[in-house]
Design a protein around this ligand. Sequence first.
Ligand code: ADP
Ligand code: MG
Length: 257
Amino acid sequence: MKTDTKSTVLLKHHLKALKLPTVLSECEKVAARCAADNVDHLGFLLQLLDLELIDRERKSADRRLRAARFPAPKTLDEFDFPARPSVSKPQILDLARGDYLTRRENVLFVGPSGTGKTHLATALAMAACAQGKKVRFWRVTELITTLREAEQDRQLLRLRQQLAKLDLLVLDEFGYVPASKAGAELLFDVIATAYERSSIVLTANLGFEQWTEVLGPERLTGAALDRLTHRCVIVETSGESYRLHDAKRRRRTEPKS
Ligand code: ADP
Ligand code: MG
């Protein structure tokens, strides 16, 4: 093991100060390899900075994924499209390219329980993360509870500012539990703030005509629906539950013991 010379000690100090951890950890290895391969100085610098950049992108992608708080990772590769014929594969693959995010449009998945709404919403949102977008996944009831708690702790403004910084807000399971009046107003406020500024991917087990059962007053429901559907893609996931379908299929294919 060779001892550090004065200049390598100084170099490492500078690399730390400049926050180039990968250059710091790799520079000696890459320098030795470049010397052996007769790579010139600029080529050496390029190799080193390439490594730093790749590592930085990987770390920030990991950070974005963690910040999004997905309940379980889901991808489109895992989605069995033939099992859900009401969902168009080309349409979903097109959505995954993320143009709707640039246009600040919304995507609504509507259908009964177990038909893949959360799966598809998560897969789209994970694709958005990979494209560098700031994403946060919320179950609607959890968001309402958090908003109400923030309100009580005088932190509502801060939470709203955090939500407003997102590129994509996932609102999962709209319609499972009716919101209280205060909850509905707080939720409406989030939807209104996101309107034309960022995108919302929402999943709902209720048809639009039943939304008053969740949000209450016609006027509030109408205003929320208006903003959500003004520029949006609606995907209906109709049919029987995938869990049921999967269980039946397994029962058919597994030999009886
Ligand atoms: P929903 O949100 O509509 O109630 P989920 O997306 O939670 O349904 O789906 C229930 C379970 O079934 C999840 O584990 C999901 O990954 C799986 N699933 C649903 N539809 C499909 C599908 N078409 N292909 C593969 N897995 C699916
Ligand atoms: Mg769901």
